[in-house]
Design a binder for this molecule. Sequence first.
Ligand SMILES: C[S@@+](CC[C@H](N)C(=O)[O-])C[C@H]1O[C@@H](n2cnc3c(N)ncnc32)[C@H](O)[C@@H]1O
Length: 336
Amino acid sequence: MAGHENNRHPSPAEATAVPDSLPPLPPAFEALLHAVIPPPWQAQALASYTTAKDVVFRLNPLRLQDRAAAMQALAALPVQPVPGVSDVFRLPPRARTALTHHSLVADGSLYIQGIASMAAVWALQPQPHEEVLDLAAAPGGKTALMAACMDNRGRIAAVEPVRARFFRLKANLQRLGVRNTQLYLKDGRQVGRLVPQRFDRVLLDAPCSSEAQITRLDPRSWAHWSQRKVRASAQVQAGLLASAADALKPGGVLVYSTCSLSPEENECVLDVLLRHRDDLQPEPAPWPCPLPAVPGLTEWAGQTLHPGLVHARRIIPTEWTDAFFLCRLRKRSPGS
Ligand SMILES: C[S@@+](CC[C@H](N)C(=O)[O-])C[C@H]1O[C@@H](n2cnc3c(N)ncnc32)[C@H](O)[C@@H]1O
């Protein structure tokens, strides 16, 4: 998948499909939705599996020459600003093709990116003078937003072990004008051991079972999903999270995120880390725009989880948001 960006493009016929004529979600996935999405959100969340989503994009300050001219170039499209954050917009799914082929996309002035993906970077709050680690970086949407938040200053180390994805990451960052990032073709699980306590901030946007991609508009979207896949993802995530925690400086901030809803890939992975080391604590994340989200779970499958997980956020899938999970943690400084 393209990071957490929704890169599946349902046809107009699919986009207007009648829910009853669509294939049902896998029963285990539907049960998961009922278990993790509180009743007030369920109808809206279930409806989001039967229609194409709004498209969200941001203007990219690292490439944008003239903001007013860019807005003028977008004037023919039904663009609406997202409240609370500047230069982030949404538009209805029927305009996706026109936006995707727009010259502002080709020249990197505009980047199509799910709002939940942006929320992970807003939660991290990377600063211009800092050294930041992006431990699972391709295709680079979040790396590029981090670089924009840092005004292309400081340094980002971006790690990606899959060769084809590594080169896609490189090409994307070039197109988006990112200049403060060094790329490493490497397994992220080695990084904490190689450079312990090095980074001011670490983003672990972990490989996952990609439950955010599932839609009734396309049964292929769940072809690779299973509870086995969830368990296998959780194992890799645990190794990456331990590495991320090791690579973080005392006093530093770590954001763990996935585009899955399953607690086994989210709260449970964090719970194991928090039980084994007391130098990390979940804390509330900055949340600049109103997103449909609920607190992390502190109980799952009859088990009590770390109470600090209440600070995590599970973003609810809706007509404009993809399912997402994130948790911000801080590493204790010596003596604190
Ligand atoms: C969810 S995607 C990251 C999306 C990216 N942060 C973005 O916003 O564009 C997860 C990435 O982790 C990579 N990955 C898989 N195993 C990994 C490992 N052991 N170490 C580091 N990255 C890994 C995958 O190839 C994939 O590119």
